[in-house]
Design a protein around this ligand. Structure first.
Ligand code: F6P
Length: 342
């Protein structure tokens, strides 16, 4: 009987539990597999810590945010014997293959392990939607909905107080959440990592808008956005995959916009609110379809591959294709949002 190890790595994301449930249920019911869940991403795969995943353990988790397995940003390739420990765990637990649910970092580890002979299937996860080879990752739609709801609320208070409100959303390399929530929420400016902004131009735009009679504005900014010529703010700490801890550009923008335009300005950083809570119906469906197809990929021995959404179909792609470069914001999407600026 095939035995699968399942893990969730990197930042958590609404829909992780839906994937776990789908892999386990279809693994057991359709393919006759058994499943073991490693806790806290690659940390559990190294230590062997985890628990049996059964119908009972996965009952009622479809709408639950977070991950019942826990997660971490552990990089086994940063540890002397990380990959050997994983190989040891798989052997001692009689695990034939892994289903790794994660973003570029978790799947990057999966790809390297696959190169070393470990049987792995990837499932694409990130609220940032910046993973290549799939049209959407699960979690993105939920994050956009949360950000849009927040922008709607900020609109009414911005209007009442005649203020500029800067809303910071997640998005390290790519401005997908900013562009989608900004467009859905009717933002007056959207600043994304792909397009370094000129603060003079942003302020000139706001000034033109206010001169034409509007008394408030909403500016949506990705945490990874930066002005032409460098960052407004930055932190030194990096995680095990070398990523700087982001967050806070809205603080700098609040001060810059207020001092340059004279308009009273406030900022809100949505942060991890965007990753919490129940997934939208869209994400529950996408996560479930990914999970079912990941179990199917295991059944067919399609290792070194990732399930992906192409149009309306769930397909398989090489992990290498997904990891070649981040999927940046489509300029055409930004162009449509830009029509409504200022
Ligand atoms: O998962 C990606 C992401 O949401 C980025 O947008 C953000 O920079 C990062 O996670 C924050 O992660 P952490 O939970 O480590 O603060």
């Amino acid at each position: 009987m095939t035995r699968i190890g399942i893990l969730t790595g990197g930042g958590d994301c609404p829909g992780l539990n839906a994937v776990i449930r789908a892999v386990v249920r279809s693994g057991i019911d359709v393919h006759g597999f058994s499943a073991y869940g490693f806790v806290n991403g690659w940390a559990g795969a190294m230590s062997g810590e985890g628990f049996e995943l059964t119908h009972e353990r996965t009952a009622g988790i479809l709408p639950r945010g977070g991950t019942i397995l826990g997660t971490s940003r552990t990089n086994p390739f940063r540890q002397d014997d990380g990959p050997e420990r994983i190989a040891g765990t798989l052997q001692s637990q009689s695990i034939d293959c892994l289903v790794a649910i994660g973003g570029e970092d978790t799947l990057g580890v999966a790809q390297r392990l696959s190169g070393e002979g470990v049987a792995v299937v990837g499932v694409p996860k990130t609220i940032d939607n910046d993973l290549a080879a799939t049209d959407y990752t699960f979690g993105f739609h939920t994050a956009v909905q949360i950000a849009t709801d927040a922008i709607d609320r900020l609109h009414t208070t911005a209007e009442s107080h005649h203020r500029v409100i800067v809303v910071e959303v997640m998005g390290r390399h790519a401005g997908w959440i900013a562009a989608y929530s900004g467009m859905a929420g009717g933002a007056d400016a959207i600043l994304v990592p792909e397009r370094p902004f000129d603060i003079d131009e942003v302020c000139a735009r706001l000034t033109r808008r206010h001169a034409s009679g509007r008394t408030f504005s909403i500016v949506v900014v990705s945490e990874g956005a930066a002005p032409v010529g460098g960052a407004l703010s930055g932190r030194e700490e990096t995680d095990a995959f070398g990523h700087a801890r982001l967050g806070g550009i809205a603080v700098a923008l609040e001060g810059e916009i207020e001092s340059r335009t004279g308009y009273e300005t406030r900022m809100t950083i949505l942060g991890h609110v965007q990753r919490g809570g129940t997934p939208t119906a869209y994400d529950r469906v996408l996560a479930t379809r990914f999970g079912v197809k990941a179990a199917e990929a295991v059944g067919e021995g399609a290792f070194g591959q990732m399930v992906a959404l192409r149009g309306t179909e769930i397909v398989r792609v090489e992990l290498a294709e997904a990891l070649r470069a981040p999927k940046l914001l489509d300029p055409d999407v930004y162009g449509s949002a830009e029509v409504f600026f200022g």
